[in-house]
Design a protein around this ligand. Sequence first.
Ligand code: NAD
Length: 237
Amino acid sequence: MIQDAQVIAGFTGAGISTESGIPDFRSPGSPWMRHKPISFELFMRSAEARREAWRRKFAMDDLYRGAGPSLGHLGFASLVATGRMPAVITQNIDGLHQASGLGEDQVIELHGNGTYARCLSCGCRHELDWVRQCLDADGEPPNCRICGGILKSATISFGQTMPEGPMRQAQRLTASCDLFLVAGSSLVVYPAAAFPAFAKESGARLVIVNREPTPLDEAADLVIHAEIGSVFSEFVS
Ligand code: NAD
């Protein structure tokens, strides 16, 4: 199918990063399920929720510091290098597709990126090290250096609007591809999980590589229930 395809859309979820040592969301024992998520509405309303969100974020960053790209990430990078996969649409926030060598325009991040912070008022980007230093020194997260607005990890929280640009790019790629290749997603988080179904409806072939069954397995042209590294090591060049 890869050999036949003219335009391939890649689509990844947290499962592609488990072999990098970052646990996924829904597998048993997930550290992401330990606390009730802080919704966007609560983050905006409560200074205590903002302090707690930053504390949790830096604790998780400490656990997974040093994680590098897996064979899965490298396999996708090799597919992009063929020139037939314009970009990888990802639900991940860990920046590991970029770390595998993909450029900013070759990764479409539906849920943002947890490797930096953004001002919710002016959109200005801030480095996490500086946020952390301020939090450690004052016990309070800093405000935006430019406009004084509230800073947040540049990820999309529950209840936060999906980012317009990446959603548009993902729609365009999904509509134009003839092969849609999913790896490491339970395909239950919407609206992201709508893209594989949309690709199929638009006439593309759908391939799903995932350890466990997904709700879209029946609609797919090929389903491989296996470890991502064992499948994608074939492509690493
Ligand atoms: P998910 O946790 O719901 O599903 C991951 C799927 O990957 C599972 O079905 C699991 O069986 C499979 N899987 C795990 N390791 C695998 C492996 N080595 N080989 C094959 N399959 C494997 O993840 P999701 O669908 O991406 O949704 C979770 C949400 O949580 C996303 O929105 C994402 O933003 C967020 N999240 C991101 C990260 C990250 O950036 N690394 C980590 C955890 C959660």
